[in-house]
Write a protein that binds this ligand. Structure first.
Ligand code: AMP
Ligand code: TRP
Length: 344
C-alpha cells in the first residue's frame, strides 16, 4: 500500500477506513485482490466502514428486482470474504441519508469542468454525453461525500483502500475537502488513497490490455467469486499468455504477467520463488496450478456465502445494525458541515 507510511507517520492514525463497492454485475477476483483483501486486513487495525453503494449503482440502468438481489449478494460476499461485522461496519449506502445530503452540499463547490475530465464518466458516457443522466456525471461527488462523512470532528484523514482505477476520484475528494475548508473553515481532512503496489489492476484473462471488470462484455475475461471450479479451470485454460515458453514475470507479456500476479497474491510467495518453482515447466503447468489455487481460495468463500444467504435474518440484522452505526458516525460531520455553510 503506497499510502500507509504517510498514514502512520506524518498525519497520525487515520480517523477511519472507508471503502465502497457497487452492487452491479458479479464480484470478481479483481475486486477481491485489488480491494477486499485489504479491507479484511485493515479492519483489524483501524475502525472501518464498508458500504454497498447502491446510490452509485442506479447511475446506470439496472432492473429494480435485480438491484435488490445484488445488494444482498454483495453484502453476503463481503462477509464471506472475511469482513467481520464485529470489527467493521457494513451498511447499504441508501440506508444512510447523510450521503446524499452531503453530496448536495459538495455539489455546490464542485467545478463542472473538473467532473467533465473524469475518466470513468468519459468511458461510461461514451458518445452519448448530452443524453447522459446527471447522476452519472455527479458520481464522483457522491463518492467524495461517502468518504468525507467519516473524517470525524476534529477532522482526521480517512484512509480509502481502492484499486488503481479510483485514484482520480480520490483526488477529487481531496480537492473538495480543501475547497470546503478554505471557504468555510476546518470541517474535513483530505482523505488518503491506499492503492496496493501489486494487484491494484488485475487484467482481463482473454484481453489482458483491459482491466477485469464487472461490466465487461466478455465473461471469459472475468473470474467471478462465485464461479465453480470447472468454470475457473476453463477460463484459466483459455487465458492469453503470449508467445514464449518461460514462466517469468515479464511486463512485455501482459497476459502471462497478470496470471503470475494473481498466483503471487494468492500463494503469498515471492516472484523469485514462483519463477524457480516453474523453471523448466511450461504455461500449461502454471495454468493448472493457478486454477487449483484459485479454486482453493474461492471454495471456502463460496461455502460461507451460501451459509450467509441461507440465513437472511442474520444478513438483515448485520445491515440494520451497520446502518445505525453509520448514521450515528456520519451525523457528527454532516451537522458540522451544515453549520459551517450556514444551514441549520
Ligand atoms: P467496483 O467493481 O467498480 O465497484 O470496484 C470495487 C473495488 O474493486 C474498487 O476499489 C476498485 O478499484 C476495485 N477493482 C475493480 N476492478 C478491479 C481490478 N480489475 N483490479 C483491481 N481492483 C479492482
Ligand atoms: N467508485 C467506486 C468503484 O467503482 C465505488 C465507491 C463509491 C467507493 N463510493 C466510494 C470507493 C467511496 C471508495 C470510497 O469502485
Amino acid at each position: 500500500m503506497d499510502a500507509e507510511p504517510r498514514a502512520s507517520s506524518s498525519v497520525g492514525a487515520p480517523a477511519r477506513v472507508f471503502s465502497g463497492i457497487m452492487p452491479t454485475g458479479t464480484l470478481h477476483l479483481g475486486n477481491y485482490l485489488g480491494a477486499i483483501v485489504h479491507w479484511v486486513r485493515l479492519q483489524q487495525v483501524h475502525p472501518s466502514l464498508f458500504s454497498v453503494v447502491d446510490l452509485h449503482a442506479i447511475t446506470t440502468p439496472i432492473d429494480p428486482s435485480l438491484l435488490r438481489e445484488k445488494i444482498r449478494e454483495v453484502a453476503a460476499l463481503l462477509l464471506a470474504c472475511g469482513i467481520d461485522p464485529d470489527l467493521a461496519t457494513v451498511f447499504v449506502q441508501s440506508d444512510v441519508p447523510a450521503h446524499a445530503e452531503l453530496c448536495w452540499i459538495l455539489n455546490c463547490l464542485a467545478p463542472v469542468g473538473r467532473l467533465e475530465r473524469m475518466v470513468q464518466f468519459k468511458e461510461k458516457a461514451g458518445q452519448q454525453r448530452e443524453n447522459e443522466n446527471v447522476g452519472l456525471f455527479d458520481y464522483p461527488v457522491l463518492q467524495a461525500a461517502d468518504i468525507l462523512l467519516y473524517c470525524g470532528q476534529p477532522p482526521r484523514p480517512v484512509l480509502v483502500p481502492v484499486g488503481a482505477d479510483q485514484r482520480q476520484h480520490l483526488e477529487l475528494a481531496r480537492d473538495l475537502a480543501r475547497r470546503f475548508d478554505l471557504r468555510f473553515g476546518p470541517v474535513f481532512a483530505e482523505p488518503i488513497a491506499a492503492v496496493a503496489e501489486t494487484g491494484a489492476r488485475i487484467m482481463g484473462l482473454e484481453n489482458p490490455l483491459k482491466k477485469m471488470s464487472k461490466s465487461g462484455s466478455n465473461p471469459g475475461d472475468v473470474i467471478a467469486l462465485l464461479d465453480p471450479p470447472d468454470a475457473v479451470r476453463r477460463k484459466i485454460k483459455r487465458a492469453v499468455t503470449g508467445p514464449g515458453r518461460e514462466v517469468r514475470f515479464d511486463q512485455s507479456q501482459p497476459g502471462l504477467f497478470n496470471l503470475l500476479t494473481i498466483y503471487q497474491l494468492l500463494s503469498g510467495q515471492s516472484r523469485a520463488e514462483i519463477e524457480s518453482h516453474f523453471a523448466g515447466k511450461g504455461y500449461a503447468a502454471l495454468k493448472s496450478e493457478l486454477a487449483e489455487l484459485i479454486g482453493a481460495v474461492l471454495t471456502p468463500i463460496q461455502d460461507r456465502y451460501h451459509d450467509v444467504r441461507s440465513n437472511p435474518d442474520y444478513l438483515a440484522e448485520v445491515l440494520t445494525d451497520g446502518a445505525e452505526r453509520a448514521r450515528r458516525e456520519s451525523s457528527v460531520v454532516l451537522e458540522a458541515a451544515k453549520r459551517a455553510v450556514g444551514l441549520g
